[in-house]
Design a protein around this ligand. Structure first.
Ligand SMILES: Cc1cc2nc3c(=O)[nH]c(=O)nc-3n(C[C@H](O)[C@H](O)[C@H](O)COP(=O)(O)OP(=O)(O)OC[C@H]3O[C@@H](n4cnc5c(N)ncnc54)[C@H](O)[C@@H]3O)c2cc1C
Length: 291
């Protein structure tokens, strides 16, 4: 398939991109890595009148640690950069561990952090990691800047809180509290395929070795990154024995996620896999929190 006819602009400043977006409104689409948008155009699932290419704008791909210890990642940062960046390895181990599971190297080398979050595919890894990490997303419009928590950003199937005139410019990951362990486990038919099931686990242990706080966030498990607050509550109340982990995993998989049948797996099989990945991820995250 070939894309529909569209106009194209490649501004050299963020203000230029925001002006173009404000001028063309819903007729415009932002182009970052193009790894999702171009296939959508080729299949004519999207038919924008104009593409606004962010690739010539400098400064949107910086990775830095701010004075509060937050890891700040520019929206145009290539996903592949994350797996080679020591700051990510040191300050965002959950993200660092997850990146090799995202697509293939060629796609990671073009696809961007901002594009992946804005695309909001519920099978995507980065939306799950953003929610599990308690990330804050910075959105810029001609009116100024606002910050949205990742868990409020994803509002429905491939739908976000982004307004028509906003561009996602930065993601900020807060530092992990002491005695926190993280793990990401997914199951895909082949390395690089979209996962049939996957979970990010973040576990903070108290001095008594009980769970003080935790997050379980699932991909391919509903319209948005799905959380399992009741399973977390169970872990907090009953501890981290193998039996409790089993119970929490079954609760999350049976009652808290909402997978549907698709070409990759049936909903029932995804629930089964969710139990498996939850047990594996919790065991690793707890072990890492202890050490
Ligand atoms: C074969 C294949 C396999 C893949 N496998 C996986 C996988 O396993 N896991 C996974 O997570 N992804 C996968 N992807 C998707 C890939 O990670 C994409 O790169 C990513 O989802 C989109 O990022 P992008 O920069 O290419 O965005 P683009 O394609 O440029 O844009 C995607 C959407 O986001 C909007 N947008 C882009 N940037 C911004 C911004 N800064 N602010 C506001 N809106 C913006 C665009 O207008 C568009 O609607 C795969 C893609 C392919 C082709």
């Amino acid at each position: 398939m070939k894309p529909p006819v569209f106009d194209y602009v490649a501004p050299e400043s963020l203000d230029g991109a925001l002006d173009a977006l404000a001028e063309h409104g819903y007729d415009a689409k932002i182009l970052s890595g193009g790894q999702s948008l171009i296939p959508l155009l080729n299949f004519r699932l999207a038919q924008p009148g104009i593409l606004i290419d962010l690739n010539r704008i400098g400064g949107l791909d910086e990775i830095r640690l701010d004075e509060s210890g937050n890891l700040r990642i520019g929206g145009m940062t290539r996903v592949g950069t994350l797996e080679r960046e020591p700051l990510v390895a040191e300050h965002a181990p959950l993200l660092f561990e997850t990146v090799p599971s995202i697509a293939h190297p060629q796609i990671r080398n073009r696809g961007t952090v901002g594009g992946s979050l804005a695309h909001a595919d519920p099978s995507g890894e980065l939306p799950v990691i953003a929610v599990a990490s308690g990330a804050q997303l910075t959105l810029r419009s001609p009116k100024g800047e606002r910050t949205v928590a990742a868990e409020d950003f994803f509002v429905g199937l491939m739908t976000t809180d982004l307004a028509m005139d906003e561009i996602l410019v930065e993601v900020s990951l807060p530092p992990l509290p002491p005695r926190t362990g993280t793990a990401f486990v997914e199951i895909a038919r082949r390395l690089g395929d979209y996962a049939q099931a996957g979970v990010a686990a973040v576990v903070t242990l108290g001095d008594d070795d009980r769970v003080a706080d935790a997050r379980l966030v699932y991909l391919s498990a509903g319209d948005i990154p799905m959380q399992a607050p009741r399973a977390v509550e169970l872990l907090r109340a009953e501890g981290v024995s193998e039996a409790v982990i089993e119970k929490a995993a079954r609760l999350a998989a049976a009652e808290e996620i909402e997978p549907s049948d698709d070409i990759h797996a049936s909903a029932a099989f995804k629930r089964h896999l969710a139990t498996v990945v939850t047990k594996r991820a919790l065991a690793v995250a707890i072990e890492r929190a202890r050490s």
